[in-house]
Structure formats: structure tokens, C-alpha cells
Write a protein that binds this ligand. Structure first.
Ligand code: FES
Length: 704
């Protein structure tokens, strides 16, 4: 019922079904999917109630980082977002504290402990996302024995969630290709190198003082890995935000949402609201629309969205209101999200009374930034294990930057092992810096003066690292300063006696959907405008009336669709041709998809009281409790832990620590006065028995 049956970009493979039970009722799942996705697909999103205050619990990160999604699987507490469904599995919600399974008393009841295997390898890579895969390719090419481990059942990291074409350099990082397809290419290449071994569903648990890395292989076998060099490409975790109702089921990280929708093809919501106008939030909104989900709005506390303007613009054009200088006041609902309340903020980011508005929605995405998963790197350095980091684990940036930094780090690791890799070109380091750069200044759009023939109109008005449009024009008519792909492209009307032929290649490849083609050749008064469209072809047909918009999403008028083209060569980008009056044909940048009614506010506003703002999700400690400790003079987070139990839950303080630091700042305590809590292994919770060589459940995993 809650599965995606059709998608404009993703194929929907037929998969065998398996049966499991939830609260004693038989349910069906698809083979190889996680428990959380199987439950969502069945319409279940409350996975239990907290022991402290009975609050409903559900997923937050869908990435094994927050431990909010615990369920009991055959009596054992497991993270449902990391556990795959097995036929016949009995799954129950966690109501309060789970009970330990019974253990038979006496020596006869104890299983026999086995020695733990140690695997020695020149290079261990933690994380099979864009950076890890790119590094493994460089190492594999040089015949260097490498072990790459990843906690998911699929390689690719965040790439497998990205249906859009990538920005960046077409030469260096596959720009213009969709993230999902880059993941497949990188994985195929990695697996072609025999010296590179890959263990999926393998979770790195800790780096120890004897320079070994503990890992849980396939969820059942504990292994010690002793690398000469460790490369950490473990990506990022999403930041949290404290506001009333922030832990209600239905409030997720944007990455969790993309995992459900784009990886697992589950439709977890009908109406979505987004907090955060960085690239992650903007792209999540776009992915929601592609999956047929209404996006009610997006709030960004700053006066401008921090993500790429082209992402913001395409969302606005499709009919999603973007509320800048606004914040979320509360998520409302008793057991799960039923509405969200937002308000305008003043110059100090405080909500302005009287500007509150509530919107009907069942899901609220939190996309307020990422933190590097860098604890493995820090511990390796502390214990003297030679270590490198790349991708988001080193510095938060776009996946295209992670691909390139992984490539460079792969060469650096090879060199550190004594291999002759020659000089790594300074140009590579410069390219890496360019790919990491934040969006530059926005310029006023320059509309071409001519009104004859055929030519592209480039609606790309912000400097971002991106160059695919320059590579596809058969007559080389789109130019850019080749030394810096952040500079804006421009169209020249003729070169070598050749002009634009109207081939539409630039329209199809632009990752920002920011190029249209205006053709005056048949009718100068009503030229045809070719618009890129990444939705199902049959949503539009010749003869339909559509609202066309300028770059920013302002309506220009209603026009008739002349044709809808879905060419194989355009790789799932549909070209919609409309006939529009000459007065505004060149201004058209896109067409509205979502009706205005979908985003209208409720007639009244609702909100929750502020005393229940949860900072520590695992132990359900409120901002008020922690604030009181700070006001009582505590500066050591360990002391606050002892008083409140904050940071002592199963996520290992991953979600609350940044919020506690924020509370210190709000109370006027400088960072230098705050004593942080130490990061101690283990970084992920596991059954204790695995350290004695006791194997866990057998999930049929065939690694190692
Ligand atoms: S939702 Fe499963 S660990 Fe966060």
C-alpha cells in the first residue's frame, strides 16, 4: 500500500516476497529489505514507546546512528533500519525497557567461547561511499591489497539515494551522470580488482590502542582487523534540531527519507514539510515530488537558502513555497506528526510573535546540516595508527568532492606504503578545492537579446562547480573559463561558421534543470520552448495547459504543451515543448507541477508548549533539564551526564552532543570553558557475546 509503483528515474525491480510478523500479525516484506522499510511499507511507523515517559518512538536517521528505531526481532532488540527481514521473523515493538532473553543457568547452559580471528591487511577502508570506492579503485589499480568494509548491504553510500544528475566536473567526477548510476560504475570498477576485498554489512565498532580495528561482520561474527594504514571514508551523520515535538514519529533526517524513498522504494508520507534550505533539504524536496509526494513547504532560517540556487529554483518552480527567514516552532501531534507550525524570525533569529502559521503534514524532514563521522580517524591518530580521511569524514562537501578526494587519498595511501605513484598533480588538489567550494555570488539573469533562429537560454545565475553543459554541445557553443568550472557558462551564437541546431543536448544534461531552448524558426510570435522535466512522461501530454514560470518560480502565464519527448539518449530527462508568446518565451525556466492548494496553511495555528523540547532522544532529557545544570554552574558535560543521564543512551551521544554545545552557547558560556565528554569505543552497540567469539544470528551473509 505504501510502496512506490512507478518512478520517473528509478526502476522498480520485481522481488520475491517474504513473510514475517508484527505484533503477532502476518505481514509481507520484499526479500533483502530492512525491517524499518518493511514496516513503513505496511503503514507502521510507531515502533514502540520510551521507558521514561511513554513517548512514541520511530526512525530518525535510517542509518544506524541514532538507535531510535529499536524493535524486538525474535526477542532480541535490534535497529530496524539496519536489520534485514528474514522469513518467519517475529517482530514486536519495544514497549518500555526490553527484557533480556532467558539464559540457562549452570556451565552446561553457556555456549563455548571461540578465539577471535585477526585479519592483517595493508589497507583498511571504512566506508564504501563515493570517497571509499574511489580510493579503492586507485589502490586496486596498483595491485595493493585492500579491505573495504561498509555497514550497509549495498555499496555506494549516499550515491544510491541520488536520482539527480551530478554537478562538478564531467572529466573528474562524472558530472551530468545520476548519483545512482555513478554508484554502480564505481562499485563495478572496485569489484574488478582482485586485490580489493569488499565486506558489506560489516560495521566498524572501534579502533583500539593496539592499532586494531574491531568489526562485526554480517551482524554475527566479530573480527579484529590489523591494517598498516587506515583510510576513514565513513561519511557524515545528520544534525539534529531541538524544538517541541522533535522526536515524534514522522520527524526524520532528510537522509532517512531519501533512504526510504529512493533506496527502498517506500512511500512513507503523503504530505511533507522540510526544515533547512541547504542542498540536502532542497534535493530531498525534489526527490519527494518525483515519488509523487506533496511538499507543503520548506523553511530556512537564513535570508537565503544555503544550497545551490538551481536546486532552490527548481523546487520553487514546481510549486513548493520556500520560506526564508523562517523557523520551525513545533511539530504537532499526539503519537506522530499531524501538522507543523512555523514563524518568521527577526534579525537575531528569534520567532516574531503573530507570524505563526500551521500546515497540515504527516512528515517533517530535518535537513540542518551534517557532522563528519570522524571518531575512527581521531582514535587511530591518538593511538598512532597511520590514518587518512576523505569525503565527508574529512570535510562536509558535495559527493562529487568526495569522489575526487577519495581518489587523491587513495594515491597518498599507496605512496605511504612505499609505492611509486609519481607526483600527485597540484592541479588535482586545486580541482578538489574547487569541487568543495560553497556556492558563490548570485548574478542578475542575463536574457539574450536575439529573437530569431534557435538558441539556449541559460538560467544558471550562481557560481557553482559544474561544467556538463560545456561538454555536450556538438558545435562547442557553450563556453566557460576552463581553469575554473565555478564561473558561469555563456552561449556564443556561432563558431567556425556553425550555430545552434536545436539538438537539446544542453537542455537534457544540465543537473540544475537550468537550460531551456527557444525556437523561433516556425513561428516568431509564438516560439517553442523546450523545458527539461524529470517526472513521469505521462503526467503531461500535447494539448495540456500548463503554468510556466521564470527562474525564481514566478508564474508567467498559461500555455499549451506542444509535445512531450522521452528520448533514450536523454537518460530519463523528458523534454516538454510548449508554445509561448514571444513577450516571455525567453523568461520561461520551468513549469508548475504541484497545485497551489497543496501548500496552503491551515486557517488557525497550533503549537506545543516548549517544556518538552527533547535534546537527548535516547534518555529523553529535555533542554530545560540541561539548561538548569548549566545555570547551576556545570561546565563539564560528564557532570551533566551524571545528573540527567543525557548522552548515556544507545546512540552513544551522537545526536545530542551538538545540541548540548548549542545550549552552552545560548547560555553565554564560551566553547573554551566547556569540557567535552570523551569519545570511547565502542562507537556502535553490539551484543557482548560477540567479543568472546559467540556468533550472533545467522542472516545468510556470505562475507569473508
Ligand atoms: S533510525 Fe535506525 S539507528 Fe537511527
Amino acid at each position: 500500500m505504501y510502496r512506490i509503483e512507478q518512478h520517473p528515474i528509478l526502476s522498480i525491480p520485481a522481488r520475491p516476497r517474504v513473510s514475517f510478523s508484527w505484533k503477532g500479525q502476518a505481514l509481507e516484506a520484499l526479500e533483502g529489505e530492512t525491517l524499518s522499510s518493511a514496516l513503513f511499507a505496511a503503514g507502521e511507523r510507531i515502533f514502540g514507546h520510551h521507558a521514561k515517559d511513554g513517548a512514541a518512538q520511530g526512525i530518525f536517521c535510517a542509518n544506524g546512528q541514532c538507535a531510535q528505531c529499536l524493535v524486538l526481532a525474535d526477542g532480541i532488540p535490534v535497529k530496524s533500519c539496519m536489520e534485514l527481514v528474514r522469513p518467519g521473523l517475529r517482530v514486536e515493538p519495544v514497549e518500555g525497557l526490553p527484557e533480556l532473553p532467558p539464559v540457562e543457568s549452570g556451565a552446561a547452559g553457556l555456549p563455548e567461547a571461540r578465539p577471535v580471528e585477526t585479519v592483517r591487511v595493508p589497507v583498511l577502508i571504512i566506508g564504501g561511499g563515493p570517497a571509499g570506492l574511489s580510493a579503492a579503485i586507485e589502490l586496486g589499480r596498483r595491485g595493493i591489497e585492500t579491505l573495504l568494509i561498509d555497514d550497509k548491504h549495498r555499496l555506494g553510500g549516499k550515491l544510491v539515494l541520488q536520482t539527480h544528475r551530478f554537478f562538478g566536473s564531467i572529466d573528474a567526477v562524472y558530472a551530468g551522470t545520476r548519483g545512482i548510476d555513478i554508484a554502480t560504475r564505481l562499485e563495478t570498477e572496485v569489484r574488478s580488482f582482485p586485490p580489493v576485498r569488499v565486506w558489506t554489512q560489516t560495521t566498524a565498532l572501534a579502533v583500539y590502542s593496539d592499532k586494531k580495528v574491531g568489526a562485526l561482520v554480517g551482524g554475527r561474527r566479530y573480527v579484529l582487523i590489523e591494517p598498516q594504514i587506515l583510510l576513514v571514508t565513513s561519511g557524515a551523520r545528520e544534525k539534529n534540531l531541538a524544538f517541541p515535538g522533535n522526536t515524534l514519529p514522522g520527524v526524520y533526517g532528510a537522509g532517512a527519507f531519501q533512504t526510504l524513498v529512493n533506496r527502498d522504494l517506500v512511500k512513507p508520507t503523503e504530505r511533507l514539510f522540510i526544515v533547512g534550505g541547504g542542498n540536502v533539504g532542497l534535493i530531498a524536496g525534489y526527490h519527494a515530488l518525483q515519488a509523487g509526494i506533496a511538499v507543503v513547504g520548506l523553511v530556512e532560517v537564513l535570508p537565503e537558502c544555503g544550497g545551490y540556487k538551481v536546486h532552490r529554483d527548481k523546487l520553487a518552480r514546481l510549486g513548493v513555497p520556500v520560506y526564508t527567514s523562517h523557523t520551525v516552532i513545533s511539530a504537532n501531534g499526539r503519537e506522530s506528526v499531524e501538522s507543523v507550525t512555523i514563524a518568521r524570525v527577526d534579525g537575531t533569529f528569534k520567532p516574531v510573535p503573530g507570524t505563526e502559521r500551521s500546515f497540515d503534514c504527516d512528515t517533517l524532514l530535518i535537513a540542518v546540516g551534517l557532522d563528519p563521522v570522524n571518531e575512527f580517524f581521531d582514535k587511530a591518530r591518538e593511538f598512532g595508527l597511520p590514518a587518512f580521511a576523505a569525503g565527508d569524514a574529512e570535510e562536509i562537501a558535495e559527493a562529487s568532492a568526495a569522489i575526487f578526494s577519495g581518489k587523491i587519498r587513495g594515491l597518498e595511501v599507496a605512496r605511504a606504503l612505499g609505492h611509486d605513484v609519481g607526483e600527485i598533480s597540484p592541479e588535482w588538489y586545486r580541482t578538489a578545492d574547487i569541487l568543495k567550494s560553497r556556492p558563490g555570488a548570485t548574478i542578475h539573469e542575463r536574457t539574450p537579446a536575439e529573437e530569431s533562429g534557435v538558441f539556449p537560454v541559460i538560467h544558471c545565475n550562481q557560481e557553482i562547480p559544474c561544467d556538463p553543459c560545456t561538454a555536450v554541445c556538438p558545435n562547442d557553443l557553450i563556453e566557460m573559463d576552463e581553469t575554473d568550472i565555478r564561473l558561469l557558462p555563456s552561449f556564443v551564437s556561432a563558431k567556425g561558421g556553425k550555430g545552434c541546431t536545436g539538438c537539446e543536448k544542453c537542455v537534457a544534461i544540465c543537473p540544475g534543470l537550468a537550460i531551456t531552448l527557444v525556437d523561433y524558426r516556425k513561428d516568431a510570435e509564438f516560439p517553442t520552448v523546450a523545458i527539461p522535466f524529470e517526472f513521469l512522461k505521462d503526467r503531461l501530454a500535447a494539448g495540456d495547459q500548463v503554468t510556466v514560470e521564470d527562474t525564481e518560480g514566478n508564474a508567467l502565464g498559461r500555455v499549451e504543451v506542444a509535445a512531450v519527448k522521452a528520448l533514450k539518449a536523454n537518460d530519463r530527462t523528458v523534454i516538454v515543448k510548449v508554445r509561448a508568446p514571444r513577450e516571455y518565451a525567453k523568461k520561461i525556466a520551468g513549469l508548475r507541477l504541484q497545485p497551489e492548494e497543496a501548500a496552503e496553511p491551515l486557517g488557525r495555528y497550533v503549537t506545543r508548549t516548549a517544556d518538552d523540547v527533547i535534546v537527548c532522544r535516547c534518555e529523553r532529557v529535555t533542554a530545560g533539564e540541561i539548561r538548569q545544570c548549566i545555570r547551576d554552574g556545570m561546565r563539564d558535560i560528564n557532570e551533566i551526564k551524571a545528573v540527567t543521564r543525557t548522552s548515556m543512551g544507545s546512540c552513544g551521544a551522537k545526536t545530542c552532543t551538538p545540541l548540548i554545545h548549542r545550549l552552552f552557547r545560548e547560555e553565554g558560556v564560551p566553547d573554551a570553558e566547556v569540557v567535552d565528554q570523551p569519545k570511547r569505543p565502542l562507537f556502535i552497540e553490539v551484543p557482548l557475546g560477540i567479543f568472546a567469539g559467540l556468533e550472533g544470528k545467522d542472516d545468510g551473509h556470505d562475507n569473508a
